[in-house]
Design a protein around this ligand. Structure first.
Ligand SMILES: [Fe+2]
Length: 194
């Protein structure tokens, strides 16, 4: 008997149909996370060229590839973290879901403990740190629980699928300096495949 695996097309179809109903954020997470879990359990869900670091340019040990972008704002990407790759604390300014497909990634979450009265200052405290493994999904909840740092402490690439409510290209986001409290604005300009 052949087992039919859940595909990227099915994931996108299900997500777009859900988003068309203008659901509450919790409904997006309830259904979307279960679909993303199915997707990352299919090792053939994304092409082989999107499972490796890009190998060139400013960040050769990293890869970020757009798999789907929709007029609803839905963005699905493959993100590859080579050994030792790191992303300093940052936010997303939209809802998001991250699923690990291969290997593992250490994700550290932070919460803001300042009163948000200063525009370019944030005091962060570490909330938790976890090694996220294949088949596991973590959620990004805007304003509530979305500031994170990522590290690949292993000796081989980690492959993830990310899903966001908005195209991150051109979206105003922020990096956070844990020592000084400085907030620095940044914008994702492009992905490695477009
Ligand atoms: Fe992130």
């Amino acid at each position: 008997m052949t087992t039919v695996k859940y595909s990227l097309d099915e994931f996108v179809h299900n997500m777009e149909a859900l988003l068309a109903t203008q659901p509450e954020e919790q409904s997006i997470f309830d259904s979307g996370a279960s679909w993303l879990e199915k997707l990352i359990n299919n090792p053939d869900a994304i092409p082989a060229q999107y499972r490796v670091p890009v190998g060139t340019g400013k960040r050769p040990n990293h890869g970020s590839y757009v798999l789907y972008q929709g007029e609803s704002g839905l963005l699905v990407t493959a993100v590859v973290w080579g050994p030792g790759d790191h992303a300093s604390p940052h936010d997303h300014c939209t809802w998001g879901m991250i699923g690990v497909m291969d290997n593992a990634l250490t994700e550290t979450r932070f919460r803001r403990v300042d009163d948000r009265s200063k525009e370019d200052f944030a005091q962060l405290e570490q909330d938790r740190s976890a090694v996220v493994k294949p088949g596991e999904v973590s959620l990004l909840i805007p304003e509530v629980d979305e500031i994170h740092q990522m590290d690949n402490f292993t000796d081989r690439p980690t492959v993830e699928i990310h899903c966001y409510g908005k195209d991150l290209r051109g979206l105003d986001r922020h990096r956070y300096n844990l020592e000084t409290g400085q907030i620095s604005p940044f914008v994702t300009e492009k992905y490695d495949n477009c």
